[in-house]
Ligand binder design. Sequence first.
Ligand SMILES: [Zn+2]
Length: 345
Amino acid sequence: MTSSDRTPQTEVAPTLFFREILGQERALGYLKTALRQGRLAHAYLFLGPEGVGRAATAAALAARLNCAQPTSGDEACGRCPSCKRLAAGTHPDFLVIRPTSKERPPKIVIDQIREFRKLTAYPPVGGGWRVAVFKPAADIKAEAANALLKTLEEPPPQHVIILAAGQESDLFPTLVSRCQKLAFAPLPASLIQGELEKRGRPPAQAALVAALSGGSLGKALDLDLEHLLAQRDQVLADLKGLAEQGDTGVLDWAQRLAKSRPETDAFLLLAELWYRDLLLLQAGAWPELLAHQDRLAELTAALPASPPGLCFARLAALAQAQRQLAANLNPELTLNMLGFRLAGK
Ligand SMILES: [Zn+2]
């Protein structure tokens, strides 16, 4: 289970069209071929990070399967009663089953699977196909997974079941073995940047958000830009301060930052992008390729004192800190060591 899978995502109206799903040509091509040849699997495992189009693809598949007048290009029409109900989020045969239990974090529990199994005893309401998405499938509890397995072993006709997960290892192997796997790739930063710009974000800020999104458009859209820019100001001030301060300054910095894991993670990422940008500039890259392109003046000013060897050393120190934190080493100690290495001591 990846933590990003639990990030609350902005709920948007279901996508009706495959053509609106970005950067997943391979997975979509596979599904469209299966549609055309009438050999859709009963169950799919949509694997990939949060926010790259897994749920949208499931919705577009439901739209296409239930559309009264699909186009020759394997798309739903967008106008028939089924398409309209899907767009309104009220289609009776498109179900998204999410964790609802009172546990923290919530889980998908056996009662939800029982309800679903009752439904599958009846044909889809609209006479077409029932498409059910379990998201995140990693949150299906063991008991519930066993109940769902019965449905996967005896698949009801005119049903497509989709399990959306970060990776195979998040799921019970019994579930995995019953599903056809489809991989959804992280999106290139340039594509995310373009989408953000289309939605009215200034290019320089779109570049920074895209660089931090980890290839997830969903995450990019959810990032709080104002907070991010404030965080970045702090990180750049810290990087400057570390080089100027004495030992106590480094220890104070580590103590302050270690109190918040999200702030620590943000520091590591933003600082990494800073040194990456410096290396890109050393190599003569266009400013448009920089993550911190709106701080070009400061990057340029920092260039003379940041030869490639120094940037690589700092990047190695940041990567090491990331590994140590992932291995649950003491955050303050980790940051102390990092602070001294960033300060050049
Ligand atoms: Zn239609």
